[in-house]
Design a protein around this ligand. Structure first.
Ligand code: WNU
Length: 152
């Protein structure tokens, strides 16, 4: 087996451990892995910037990221939450056809994300009704909590 194949197999079993994807069949995960890119970040790097256009979905393979958001009347973005290995982000811009709604910043050096483009994301969720409705509900909840934060 080539080292590339071994690496792909490793990503495949990793994706299997991601709660969102655990019910997808092996061949589907293998297809996603074939379309993946891996991006590397150092502490403080912006992975996503609020307000920018976005066409990618991310799964954290190593390290931690921080989610921050600008509130009207404050200069400093507010820290909302921290995400770690197996967590994912960036689905909202894809699902709501909107700009990025928060900043995502690497919290550790050598943070690694698996990056899924829009086409692959659509193939991934499009054929799985449960996955799609789960994400849609989640994205709706995010919009509500954004609203609550802004009007607090
Ligand atoms: C939040 N408000 C907003 C998170 C990750 C995945 C799920 C929560 Cl299913 P995007 C910015 C990304 C956004 C979300 C992520 O930040 N995010 C949030 C919030 O309270 N976004 N607006 N919490 S972590 C998270 C649920 O993925 O997607 O493409 O870029 O807008």
């Amino acid at each position: 087996m080539s080292s590339g194949q071994a690496q792909n197999q490793e990503y495949c079993s990793f994706l299997h451990s991601v709660s969102l994807l655990k019910d997808l069949p092996e061949e589907k995960l293998a297809k996603i892995v074939d379309c993946l890119e891996v991006d590397y970040y150092d502490k403080g790097d912006y992975i996503i910037r609020e307000g920018e256009e976005g066409n990618t979905f991310f799964i954290i393979a190593k390290g931690k990221v921080c989610v921050t958001q600008t509130l009207e009347g404050t200069q400093e973005p507010q820290e909302i939450k921290t995400l770690g290995v197996g967590d994912y982000f960036g689905e909202k811009a894809l699902i709501s056809e909107d700009v990025r709604s928060a900043n995502i910043i690497a919290e550790e050096d050598d943070t690694q994300c698996l990056v899924v483009d829009r086409d692959t994301f659509n193939q991934m969720v499009g054929t799985y009704q449960e996955l799609q409705s789960y994400l849609r509900k989640y994205v709706y909840q995010l919009a509500l909590s954004d609203h609550d934060r802004r009007t607090a």
